[in-house]
Design a protein around this ligand. Sequence first.
Ligand code: COA
Length: 150
Amino acid sequence: MGHLLTRIKYCLIYKVGVHFPDRRVRVWALRALGYEVGEGTYFADDLVITLAYANRGRLRLGRRVAIGPGCILVLTAHANNSKVKQQLTEKERWITIEDDVWLGAGVIVLPEVTIGEGAVIGAGSVVTKDVPAHCVAVGNPARVIKKVGE
Ligand SMILES: CC(C)(COP(=O)(O)OP(=O)(O)OC[C@H]1O[C@@H](n2cnc3c(N)ncnc32)[C@H](O)[C@@H]1OP(=O)(O)O)[C@@H](O)C(=O)NCCC(=O)NCCS
């Protein structure tokens, strides 16, 4: 029973808090879920974090990170009841997004990825591997096309 109530609590914090219209409440909710969120970080009210309430503490957002609308942070790779599950490696790892990163609209970040300080990820990109600091990466899979400011 205690386990179920805890699950409901974290589910509500995610469903209501992380999507609340006020940014300060959203930041509070992410921290209440055990994630690191640096000062000045902004994320849109439609941010999706896969299984956020079951994967508490597996996300680090640095300072002044900017996350545009429609982004998805994929913390898990589980195929649920599908038979393909037996052929795939299950992942439940960290995502780290360092200081001053900007994720454009609709970016998807896969598990085990670190996006380096000050990097920019173009709208609609799928980030499958680490992105070095101060680089612009775009596309699916996201590839570095230049340094920021070039
Ligand atoms: C990534 C981004 C910042 C790059 O802007 P930029 O430095 O002005 O780059 P350019 O527009 O000159 O594009 C450079 C190349 O990357 C390509 N490119 C740019 N953004 C891309 C994207 N999101 N996906 C795929 N390719 C992209 C361009 O087509 C261009 O290719 P080319 O050299 O073959 O012509 C910008 O394109 C972007 O995606 N911004 C996000 C905006 C957004 O999501 N706003 C809402 C949230 S706040």
